[in-house]
Write a protein that binds this ligand. Structure first.
Ligand code: C2E
Ligand code: CA
Ligand code: CA
Ligand code: CA
Length: 277
């Protein structure tokens, strides 16, 4: 038994070591990714439920790894956060996406830009000064930018976090809570933080037309959002049935594969030009 135990331990340390090596390799690769232009921003349209028109786009990061192909953000953003690389990467995302959307505005395509930010960026240089200089450089109006944050970021409920977010609102930037309903059940932050949009997590949308309980939950979220005067977006709308169910329930804005997957910038323009609401 002792022998097995030791072997098992041996196996365990080996795989831990392997895991650590992989992470270190990936960290090195991620450092290079930014310099070597391997990162790309995809854009997914957000549409008005009633008219079907595009009102915004969400910027979603993609990594074209030279040997491993496309690596989805879920697989490297946590690493970028742990290593602090989310600082420069996050800044690049903001700068690039603001410039792109500002260009689209000049071409007559009018929609706002939504960008995901990580709480780690607070200590890595993301502040009102940086944001206002990015907006100025890229000539994007502050009112056309939404920052998506998660409930987890508001958990500390600290004065620093509130002041940080408030300083963005003071510039005219809007804030949205992402993955709403999956995080922490205390809703008191909705009063404390300067938020104007909720994005209902796709978990609730997935079984919307099958599961009556999810429909009740979505209905409750919609009526809460309405009384708090918050804008509501449903994520992960994949079918026409989900779309009409959400419309019936009174959800104003929709996002999901039913409309479009996230697309590279040039393909998004093609999609919009061909799109019939
Ligand atoms: P998220 O912010 O919740 O983004 C929505 C995710 O749902 C995206 O995955 C999108 O491609 C996917 N999605 C959209 N519509 C549908 C649908 O109808 N069905 C399904 N099944 N999925 C749909 P993606 O692009 O892989 O991003 C995953 C997560 O990575 C994001 O979740 C966000 O948390 C993070 N992320 C992506 N880009 C950035 C970024 O620039 N900065 C930061 N900090 N995080 C990012
Ligand atoms: Ca998001
Ligand atoms: Ca989300
Ligand atoms: Ca998510």
């Amino acid at each position: 038994a002792k022998q097995t135990g030791r072997n098992r331990f041996q196996f365990f340390t080996n795989s831990l070591q392997e895991h650590a090596n992989n992470l270190m390799e990936m960290e090195q690769d991620l450092r290079l990714a930014l310099e070597q232009n391997q990162l790309e921003i995809y854009y997914q349209p957000l549409v008005r439920a009633q008219s079907g028109r595009v009102t915004g786009v969400e910027a979603l990061l993609r990594w074209h790894h030279p040997t491993q192909g496309m690596i989805p953000p879920d697989q490297f953003i946590p690493l970028a956060e742990d290593t602090g690389l989310i600082g420069p990467i996050g800044q690049w995302i903001l700068e690039t996406a603001c410039r792109q959307v500002s260009q689209w505005h000049q071409q007559g395509l009018k929609f706002y830009l939504s960008v995901n930010i990580s709480g780690r960026q607070r200590d890595l240089g993301l502040d009102a000064e940086l944001l206002s200089s990015i907006l100025e450089r890229t000539e994007l109006a502050a009112g056309q930018l939404v920052l998506e944050i998660t409930e987890g970021m508001l958990l500390d409920n600290s004065d620093e976090t509130i002041a940080w977010l408030q300083s963005f609102c003071d510039l005219g930037i809007h804030l949205a809570i992402d993955d709403f309903g999956t995080g922490y059940s205390s809703l008191s932050y909705l009063k404390r933080f300067p938020i104007d949009t909720l994005k209902i997590d796709r978990e609730f949308i997935r079984e919307l037309t099958l599961d009556n309980e999810d429909a009740l939950l979505v209905e409750a979220i919609i009526s809460m959002a309405r009384s708090l005067k918050l804008r509501l977006i449903a994520e992960g709308v994949e079918t026409a049935e989900q779309r009409s169910a959400l419309f019936r329930l009174g959800c104003e804005y929709l996002q999901g594969y039913h409309f479009s997957r996230p697309l590279p910038a040039d393909q998004l323009v093609n999609w919009i030009q061909a799109y019939q609401p």
